[in-house]
Design a protein around this ligand. Sequence first.
Ligand code: FES
Length: 103
Amino acid sequence: MTQWIDACATDDIDEEDLITWEHDGHVYAIYNTEKGFFATDGMCTHEEQSLADGLVIDCVIECPLHGGRFDVCTGKALSAPVSVDLKTYDIKVENGRIYVDTQ
Ligand code: FES
């Protein structure tokens, strides 16, 4: 079942950047990329590291701890040491607000 939750304003995220957003005890990462807005889990799948300070280049997030990279559109793990994909979440943008489907 879809559950759209108002997460932030589109203006809250700089281009080629991300913010982390906590809801119901879960941390999400929301990205502003050249292909639009995307959401994934906010913690790296390698170790318990927040992606908040990660580097966004095109549609790739680089983990700040060991430099593992993920495709933010698909969540796919792209380079060592990460091998487990990030979970992704649907997003919709309405009236300048970003809603995340947290289900
Ligand atoms: S914790 Fe992210 S690559 Fe190691």
